[in-house]
Ligand binder design. Structure first.
Ligand code: ADP
Ligand code: MG
Ligand code: MG
Length: 249
């Protein structure tokens, strides 16, 4: 589904990703772990098409298409979606409106009509219930006055409504208490499907007790230095990143 090959990325003239290669197949959940500043957020941001990153070498393809040739909206409509590490507030834009316009833009890109309003409301209410969110969230401006935990739930709600092919979640566990983390993890687990892949960026292993990844990659200084299964995350929790960095060097 996603193929990243020898990716080199520069931010403000500083090379952050230094030859990163990663393959993600449909149906898989991958976790990217690594120390602060390793380039984890940069990787998901570049895949999603955020501004400010210069790809100087390498390639990214999604279902065989050259991602680097696609605008950020085209990527989202193709089913490649990044939730926000610190979700932005959009004053005056109601949550329900954002969800509806994003869903219908995606449908349009696939040659489908807008989802009829009753069907849309049914879908959203079902997902709200799943995320243990109150219906009043829909009428509030996007993320305005939301607590950290509410923003994270809202991010997963977006994913549940939009059903991306590749869902990328950056530090979805940061700042969550254990109950909120379980709700968020249940939401992510409900996205698991044969036709979908999930890329989780996380600094801590804790989240991976609830969302068990198929593959764990350790990203250090702009490169993936080790790949393993869920067991690797547990080793990192016990031993930290230092041993990994030494073995990579
Ligand atoms: P991680 O998510 O692994 O903690 P990031 O991808 O956020 O790491 O950052 C990797 C490196 O790139 C860091 O050294 C960071 O300071 C730098 N960096 C990221 N974004 C920017 C930016 N917009 N401007 C300058 N430096 C940046
Ligand atoms: Mg190289
Ligand atoms: Mg980060």
């Amino acid at each position: 589904m996603l193929q990243v090959t020898d990716l080199h990325v520069t931010v403000e003239d500083k090379e952050i990703l230094k030859g990163l290669t990663l393959t993600i197949n449909a149906g898989e959940v991958h976790a990217i772990m690594g120390p602060n500043g390793a380039g984890k957020s940069t990787l998901s941001a570049v895949i999603a098409g955020k501004d400010g990153y210069e790809v100087t070498q390498g390639s990214i393809t999604f279902e065989g298409k050259d991602v680097l040739e696609m605008e950020i909206e085209e990527r989202a409509q193709a089913g490649l979606l990044l939730g926000f590490q610190y979700p932005v507030e959009i004053p005056g834009v109601k949550n329900i409106y954002l969800l509806k316009s994003a869903l219908n833009a995606q449908r349009k890109a696939r040659g489908l009509e807008d989802m009829p309003a009753p069907e849309f409301m049914k879908l959203v209410k079902e997902k709200l219930g799943f995320m243990k969110m109150d219906a009043s969230f829909l009428q509030r401006a996007v993320n305005e006055g939301f607590s950290g935990g509410e923003k994270k739930r809202n991010e997963i709600l977006q994913m549940l409504v939009l059903q991306p092919k590749l869902a990328m979640l950056d530090e979805i566990d940061s700042g969550l208490d254990i109950d909120a983390m379980k709700v968020v993890a249940d939401g992510v687990n409900s996205l698991r499907a044969e036709e979908r892949a999930i890329l989780l960026v996380t600094h801590y292993q804790r989240l991976l007790d609830y969302i068990v990844p198929d593959k764990v990659h350790v990203l250090v200084d702009g490169r993936i230095v080790k790949t393993g299964d869920a067991e690797l995350a547990k080793q990192l929790e016990a031993n930290g990143y230092e041993g990994i960095e030494e073995s990579a060097a």
